[in-house]
Write a protein that binds this ligand. Sequence first.
Ligand code: HEC
Ligand code: HEC
Ligand code: HEC
Ligand code: HEC
Ligand code: HEC
Length: 225
Amino acid sequence: MQKLIIIAAIVGFFGFFLALGAGYAYTWYDYETMREQPIAFDHKIHAGQLGVPCSDCHNAAAISRQATMPAVQKCASCHKAIQVRLEELIEFEIEKIEAEKEKIASDFADGKITAAERDNKLVKKDRELARKDRELDPVRRKNLQKIKEHVDKQEPIAWVRVHALPSHVYFSHKPHIKQNIECTTCHGRVEWMGIARQVAPLTMGWCVSCHKSRNAPHDCTTCHQ
Ligand code: HEC
Ligand code: HEC
Ligand code: HEC
Ligand code: HEC
Ligand code: HEC
């Protein structure tokens, strides 16, 4: 009987921490999960390496509730000009090589070249093709093609929302930006993120504790109107 109690105590002791850990992991995981986006947009490249300012793309943060998403024309301003053209150029070269392969086959059919000559030439062309294909990494190609389609159709990209407060909460970016609160204070180092994710809990306690510390209004109607 005594043994049983000791075992129960031990199991209970570790079980408690296990449950605590699981609970913590769950809540942590919950808001930091990354959401798959329709196009693999990368803040690390754009806001980090290229140094495009946040406000260039989320340009309403200072003047309205929403920070807003950039129009697809914004993406096109760089991508249509540089990459899609590069893409088209490579595709054009691939078509040219394919045509050359057909010419080699027809030259053989017409008896202009021998079978050995034909095989030799085809091997070379296939190597050229493989090189061009490698330049068109399939993932990259798919992403750039998607941008082009959206631009051509003038159709906005349906980004998946990462942050979403419940509808009974009133939040606006404007007063916060006006107080010179940096984007990083609430969003972390987005310029280091491959995929944008939520880093602050966005709970009532989180909002209220900052409001109290900065003497911002914190009566209920500030955030619940
Ligand atoms: C070249 C344009 C561009 C720049 C520059 C940029 N972003 Fe973004 N941002 C996007 C796009 C597109 C999305 C939607 C895709 C995604 O969530 O990754 C996004 C998503 C976000 C999200 C998640 C929004 C949500 O759904 O809740 C946050 C937060 C964010 N950006 C903050 C920033 C901050 C902070 C900076 C500056 C360090 C920045 N962004 C710079 C284009 C940009
Ligand atoms: C005081 C905290 C705070 C600051 C500072 C802040 N944000 Fe936000 N941001 C939020 C919250 C909270 C949400 C979710 C709003 C909602 O769900 O209605 C959000 C949502 C967003 C979104 C997605 C929805 C939208 O509004 O378009 C983007 C993009 C974004 N923020 C970008 C930025 C950028 C860029 C900056 C800096 C210029 C910035 N934020 C500064 C708290 C903040
Ligand atoms: C200031 C110019 C600029 C703007 C604006 C811009 N991009 Fe980019 N983007 C680049 C450059 C430069 C690269 C990196 C090129 C490379 O390495 O191939 C890149 C890379 C990418 C990639 C990765 C492609 C790859 O090589 O794997 C995607 C996807 C992408 N951008 C999507 C977008 C989307 C979506 C938008 C609009 C919200 C956007 N970009 C706006 C310049 C820009
Ligand atoms: C990092 C600190 C900080 C955080 C986090 C923060 N706020 Fe604020 N908030 C402020 C400051 C500072 C002001 C400006 C008060 C002023 O204009 O005097 C403000 C102003 C506001 C206002 C306008 C108040 C008014 O009547 O002028 C609203 C609404 C608001 N915040 C809601 C929220 C909500 C909702 C959240 C959480 C999702 C939040 N805030 C998170 C610091 C913060
Ligand atoms: C600075 C902003 C802010 C202030 C001030 C504020 N709240 Fe909230 N409140 C929030 C946010 C954000 C949420 C949603 C996130 C959450 O549930 O924690 C919320 C959620 C709630 C909820 C729903 C909780 C749930 O579980 O769904 C209630 C009820 C509530 N608040 C009541 C109040 C009351 C009463 C006051 C005044 C004493 C107050 N709030 C003041 C930001 C605020």
